[in-house]
Design a protein around this ligand. Structure first.
Ligand SMILES: *Cc1c(COP(=O)(O)O)cnc(C)c1O
Length: 310
């Protein structure tokens, strides 16, 4: 399977023009930034490998993308989680459902020793007993991710040159920050005046900076972190999130996802306003996929805000 490059569309939102890189449209099931990050696994020769192993949350976008990758490569797939909610087990939805349908073994670890992380549990207890496997850290945060993100960067450069755009702001929300970091590094190394703007959806600004440092010590190659004036917890429901998601859908006709994109847009709009960035200054927002997660997020939002939001 070849991943073709994704289109870039122009939309208007809050009276400003934005370009949207539609990585959600890369491929019908293997899409978004996980497809970019897992590209080298898809393309590479891993003929000695029979099993893919990772870990994370039972609702993670990466769970579904890993399961697609394993299916495409003919690998078994073991995914370790600490807990699966009982309503989810009884009535699988979203990424969890789709991963099960792809044959994923989703393994519940249960309570760990106090202070022990799922990551170290998998590394120290599971991996030493495995053979012929490929272990990928949570969310694909590793150097392997670089190859696919370099391609994304090249597509953006190609498009910008066609459009005669020499200065560009590129916005995308971060989880591990891998996608934002590798993009900014590529532009910097290739001497393009493209500034990558991101925001911390998981764990706050300092945590995100630490994640950048683990992958690249040179801070001049780090993306710019846009702080949010309000604190939000990953996976929780916020009225402001649902409102901006609805407004985006109405004004741009594009469905975004509900875990990362609302904060991505809120911090971006705040930043453009605060820094008084001219309205005609080109801004490219990367749609990083993850729409399957809306299958669980939307009913949660509808239940919580039905009375107030139609
Ligand atoms: C995984 C994911 C992210 C976070 O990507 P990182 O490279 O970990 O920063 C953002 N948006 C969506 C839709 C995702 O699935």
């Amino acid at each position: 399977m070849l991943l073709t490059s994704s289109p870039i569309e122009q939309v208007s939102f809050y009276n400003r023009l934005f370009y949207i890189k539609r990585d959600d449209l890369l491929h019908e099931s293997f899409s978004g930034n996980k497809a970019r990050k897992f590209y080298s696994f898809l393309k590479g020769d891993f003929s000695g490998c029979h099993k893919l192993i990772s870990y994370g949350s039972a609702q993670a976008n990466s769970l579904f993308s890993f399961s697609e990758l394993a299916k495409l490569k003919g690998w078994q797939f073991d995914f370790y989680v600490s807990h699966i909610a009982s309503f989810m087990k009884q009535n699988p939805k979203g990424n969890y459902r789709a991963a099960l349908e792809n044959g994923a073994n989703i393994i519940e670890v249960g309570d760990l020793m106090p202070g022990e992380l799922l990551e170290s549990y998998v590394k120290n207890t599971i991996i030493p007993n495995e053979k012929n496997h490929l272990f990928v850290p949570e969310g694909g945060r590793c150097q392997y991710a670089r190859m696919g993100i370099d391609l994304l960067a090249q597509e953006i450069i190609c498009w910008a040159e066609n459009e005669n755009i020499t200065q560009l702001k590129i916005a995308l929300p971060a989880g591990t920050g891998t996608t934002a970091l590798f993009l900014q590094q590529y532009f910097k190394q290739q001497k393009y005046d493209f500034e990558v703007l991101t925001c911390a959806c998981i764990g706050g600004d300092e945590y995100l900076k630490q994640q950048f440092l683990e992958l690249c010590l040179d801070e001049t190659q780090h993306p710019k972190i846009l702080s949010s004036s309000k604190k939000y917890h990953f996976g929780k429901l916020y009225k402001a999130f649902f409102e901006i998601w609805q407004k985006l859908k109405l004004e741009t006709n594009i469905e975004f996802e509900l875990l990362y994109d609302p904060l991505g847009w809120l911090t971006l709009l705040e930043h453009l306003e605060r820094e008084q960035i001219e309205r005609d200054r080109p801004v490219l927002y990367i749609h990083q996929g993850g729409l399957l997660g809306n299958e669980t997020m939307l009913p949660r939002y509808r239940r919580k805000y039905h009375a107030k939001l139609t």
